[in-house]
Design a protein around this ligand. Structure first.
Ligand code: HEM
Length: 157
């Protein structure tokens, strides 16, 4: 009885984590696609940092919680696949995919922190192209995140 209850609550937690993970993915990747394909070209054409900063302020409110949700639900989903000690052993397809996700996360963090701390506080028309060279890679990485995520189900890795 107790075992069945535990199994049911694990299934419920798994469903909750996976749904949060998918919602976070929709927000993070979708938001960056809008940023890279609609907002950034408009800002570059107008040579106007305000176009970007306005979007950034609105998106940050939902984008940063989405990324935090992604990391927490992702780490939890990953520990169900493999014990953390085996994540970097690269001995199984799951460990390839988990290590790839963490590598994507580290690369994304470097670009995002550099943009947030160095570029955004002093954004000018002259530094817009440097900002574009942060937005394009982070958007590309956000798509690779989804592809690697789908890889768990598709048997890639
Ligand atoms: C912005 C970042 C991320 C995005 C967009 C993303 C996206 C996705 C997507 C679309 C799936 C497919 C879910 C399914 O099969 O239905 C997935 C699965 C998964 N992701 Fe992520 N992910 C991100 C970050 C992370 C991080 C940081 C980790 C930590 C290691 C992680 C670990 C996992 C795991 C373990 C699964 C497989 C879940 C399962 O089927 O049980 N993800 N991810």
């Amino acid at each position: 009885m107790a075992a069945a209850g535990t199994a049911a609550s694990m299934t419920g937690m798994y469903a909750t984590a996976l749904l949060l993970h998918l919602l976070g993915a929709a927000i993070w990747t979708g938001g960056h696609l809008v940023l890279a394909t609609a907002v950034l070209p408009r800002a570059l054409r107008a040579r106007d940092p305000a176009v970007l900063l306005n979007f950034e302020q609105g998106f940050e409110r939902i984008g940063i919680p989405a990324l935090i949700t992604q990391v927490l639900s992702g780490l939890w989903l990953a520990h169900l696949q493999l014990p953390p000690g085996e994540w970097f052993a690269l001995a199984t397809p799951q460990s390839h995919l988990i290590a790839a996700k963490l590598g994507l996360l580290a690369t994304t963090a470097v670009f995002a922190l550099d943009a947030r701390l160095r570029l955004i506080p002093h954004l000018t028309a002259a530094s817009l192209p440097a900002m574009a060279w942060h937005i394009w890679p982070v958007t590309l990485l956000s798509i690779v995140f989804v592809m690697v995520g789908a890889g768990f189900r598709l048997g890639w890795g």
